[in-house]
Structure formats: structure tokens, C-alpha cells
Ligand binder design. Sequence first.
Ligand code: SF4
Length: 408
Amino acid sequence: MTPIQTSNTSNPTHPPMAGIYIHIPFCRSKCAYCDFFSLPATAALKKDADCFTKYLEAVKRELVLRIDELTAPATTIYIGGGTPTAIPLCQLAPFLSWIYREVVSRNQKFDGEAVTEFTVEANPEDISSDLIDSLRQSGVNRISIGIQSFDTAQLDAIMRRHDSDASFRALSILRESGINYSADLIYGLPQQSLESWSSQIKSLLDFEPPHFSAYLLSYEPGTRLYARKEQGKVTEADEHTACRMYGILTEAARERGYNHYEISNFSIPGKEARHNSSYWNLTPYLGLGCSAHSFDGDTRRINPANLGSYINSLLASDPTPPYTEEAETLINKVNDYIITSLRTSAGLSLLRIREKWGSDIASRVLSNITRIYKEGGITSKGDSSFRIPEQLWLTSDAILREVILDAD
Ligand code: SF4
């Protein structure tokens, strides 16, 4: 094991940059596993026919009020939800254009740094050539699509709106269009066999997506899927099955030349998701919209998960950002970094920890790592960075518990 270096050299791979996340909290219907803050669009419109217009205006105001919380140029924008494309294109496209222009213009302060990645989430049933053209004209250069499965019965089991045909059709259109995109899959679905999972991955990789994410289905309290599990109507995949599915996934990705750079994320080289990487490489981000979180490196700001109070605060004659603040303790910040970085291929950088939080903290982390290192749960290339082997990422909780720091 390489001892931690004592020089004060800064890490040159840490350029100052930031990201902006915008939450669109409307969906056409609620999927059974979803615990994100999202509202059925029809019900929201029934309550207030202008709710889309008001919401988009509120987000624009929040951006103006808060963008200077970022002390670096915003090089990535991510519009997620919810389902951004649940908002009609005639409203969504001008909104996206405005956001793009505003961010580009604000980046002039920083030598005109470019927005290198502007992603919009979409569902398969919304994908069309017209949608892609319109998004492109608004500055969008990447789409993230929730495929989840190519099997209609599996999609029905989690109450997705689309079917197998829509999954295939959307990917064909995306491929044809040439736009950069990422596709999500879920494994451990009810009744999903190992063979079926293997065939889902094959179906996706046959499209050669530039990037894809694969998540193990989780049963979150408060969701319909969780209730069904409690009633004994569905069974959660056991750890052994989940691990075998993870193994099938990582092997298939490797065979097709994908870089597995984070527990759930795979890309062809050079197409790693820049925005999502903010969450595990300490890049500050500004989160706008209902329920969005922001983090500037010290403080977490959390917007209300309430459409009415969010809109009212921002459309008032004297608008105020409606967030609440949670000052992160030093130990929490370090532990967040440990937990996220150790499930990436880049791993945990002790130099980075020392640079950001001091030698004392770095020594404490190193001391914890040393114990696991001896048992083989963590490896190092001798460059003061440490990794959990890829095959252990899915079951790394026990290792992470050993590495995180105890509260002072
Ligand atoms: S479309 Fe996405 S955000 Fe909306 S309910 Fe389904 S999983 Fe949740």
C-alpha cells in the first residue's frame, strides 16, 4: 500500500465547474416502484389548468435568484423528474431554450465556458423525431430514456405505461437520430429470470447505446410495489439472484467494450455522464424545482416537495427561494464522498481528501482503509487512490461501514 503523500500538490484533475439540475414533477401516471416526487399530470391540470405555465415560470425565477450560489460555470444541465416530456412541447421547448440561453450567458463571466452536456429525461412513449429535433434546437444534446425492460409483462408488473414495442421503437428512433443518449434498465423485477435479464441486456446492447444505467429494483416504503410485497403478492429478488444478475450485467457490458465506471453506470469510452458524475466527484450543483437538492460543497439546500408552496414562494411579488438548509457536518461530507467514490472505477482519492479536508481526516480514512485492504476488500494501484473491486460493488455495504468515519 502506498503511504499517503505529504506534499501539498493540488489535484490537477479537478477543474472548477458546476451543474444545474431541474426537477419537473409531473408524470402521466405513477409507476409502482417510484418514490420520486411526482404528481399525475392530469390531476394537477384539473386542479389548476395553468399549473405547467406557473411551474415553469417559478423555475425560471428560481434560476435567476439562485444561479450565483454557483461560484463556477455551469457546464452541465440535467432536466429530470418526473417526466419532463409530460409537459407539451410547445411549452417545454421555449422553457429549455430560455434555460440554455440564461446559463450560457451567465457562463460569460467565466471566460464563456460552454455547456458541454444538456440532458433531458424522457419516456419511451414520448420519443419521436420531432421531439428530438425540437430538443436539439433548444440546446439539448443528450436524452436519458427510461426503458427499464423489453418485456411487456415485466413492465406491467411495475406499472410502466409503455410496452415492449415502445422500448424498441424509441431506441430505433434515438439511434437513427444520432443524438447522444443513455438508456435505463432495471433488474430484479418481479418474476424476472436470469435468462430473461440476460436477454434484456442483449436487446439493449444490440442498439449500441453510448451510455446505459442498470439499477437493482428497490422496494421503497410508501410505494405500491412495497405494499404488494408486504401483502405477499410479489417477492423481492434475493441477494444471491441479485448478485448473479449483476454478474451477468457486468460481463455483458465488458464483452461489448463498455466502461463500468460507477455501480449503476456504463459508457462507451468518452461518453460517461458528466452531470451525474457531479454527485460522486464533489462538483457543486444547483437543484431547482420542487424537491430538488443543491450542494455547494458545504451546505445542502432542499426545496419543498410541494407544488403549491413552491409556486407561491416564487411567483409572489417579492419572490424568495423556498429551500431549507442543512449544514453538513465535516464527517458527513467525508462519509458521503467515501460511499459514492468507492463504488466508482476512479475510486477514492486520499490526495483529494487531504486537499479538501486536511491531513488529519485523510489519516483517519487511511487507517480505516488499511484494515480492509489487508483482507482484500479494497485495492490500490499505488497512487494514493483506493477502489473496491467491481464484483463487490453491489454488496459493498459492509466494507463501506468499515471505511466511513465515526462522528466526533
Ligand atoms: S415515469 Fe419515472 S418519475 Fe414518473 S412515476 Fe414513473 S419512475 Fe417515477
